[in-house]
Design a protein around this ligand. Structure first.
Ligand SMILES: Cc1ncc(COP(=O)(O)OP(=O)(O)O)c(N)n1
Ligand SMILES: Cc1ncsc1CCOP(=O)(O)O
Ligand SMILES: [Mg+2]
Length: 220
């Protein structure tokens, strides 16, 4: 295992859901978002046990595949959980890793060349470091766009002006995260990012499919 990726299908990062919660609503929103064209669903459940996250991930993945087989399903933080889900035969495609999670080369070794691996960044230094991992990772998350009650990353908000320098620092696709709403999609698309990542704007929506469609329209 070299740690280098083999070629794979391109990722559609334009509309990317990160889930919250662990109940039926989590599975329903994931399926609705996928059905409307969200390209990626990341299963994030910070309080869950590994066993609980595995069960939730498998449930989300089956529902997402039924709604849209093209949507990729990733696990937040836990490459081991993604591995276990894939070994069980669940349609789970990879992991999104933070800076303090399993190093990306180890995750690539565990999950294999076909897995999707994302890495959190948010500063020019972190993006430059991620550029050095091109071939091992598939994309980077960069935020926060604005401050958000969902997570305190400890970094200054990037705002719209923060993204073009990050985009210029890497050939990896960048997705914007942190208090993103569908109304932000067109302006963020104009910065050169490949997509937007949302928790509350999708999880709290009455019609998650409509949110996805508005975001995709912003990337036209
Ligand atoms: C696409 C994407 N980008 C960034 C993050 C944040 O990840 P991380 O820094 O690991 O923080 P937690 O989400 O684990 O709290 C993300 N999850 N997804
Ligand atoms: C996980 C994460 N990482 C940086 S901001 C964030 C949360 C984004 O959540 P929301 O879309 O609800 O602001
Ligand atoms: Mg994480």
């Amino acid at each position: 295992m070299t740690g280098e990726r083999c070629g794979r299908e391109p990722l559609d990062l334009r509309c990317y859901l990160v889930t919250s919660g662990v109940g039926p609503r989590t599975v329903e929103v994931a399926a609705a978002a996928a059905g409307a064209g969200a390209g990626v669903v990341q299963v994030r459940a910070k309080g869950a046990t590994a066993a609980g996250l595995l069960e939730l991930t498998c449930a989300v993945a089956e529902a997402v595949r039924a709604a849209n087989p093209a949507t990729r399903v990733l696990v937040d933080d836990r490459a081991d959980v993604a591995w276990a889900a894939r070994r069980r035969g669940a349609p789970v495609h990879g992991v999104h890793l933070g800076q303090d999670d399993l190093p990306v080369r180890a995750a690539r070794g565990l999950l294999g060349p076909d897995a999707v691996i994302g890495l959190t960044t948010g500063t020019p230094e972190l993006v430059r470091a991620a550029e050095g991992l091109r071939g091992v990772i598939d994309y980077v998350g960069a935020g926060p766009f604005r401050l958000t009650p969902t997570k305190d990353s400890g970094r200054e908000p990037l705002g719209l002006a923060g993204y073009p320098p990050l985009v210029a620092a890497t050939r990896l696709p960048i997705v914007a995260i942190g208090d993103v709403t569908p109304a932000d999609a067109a302006a963020l698309a104009g910065t050169g990012v490949a997509g937007v990542v949302m928790v509350r704007a999708l999880m709290d929506a009455d019609d998650p499919g409509a949110v996805v469609r508005e975001v995709l329209a912003g990337f036209c």
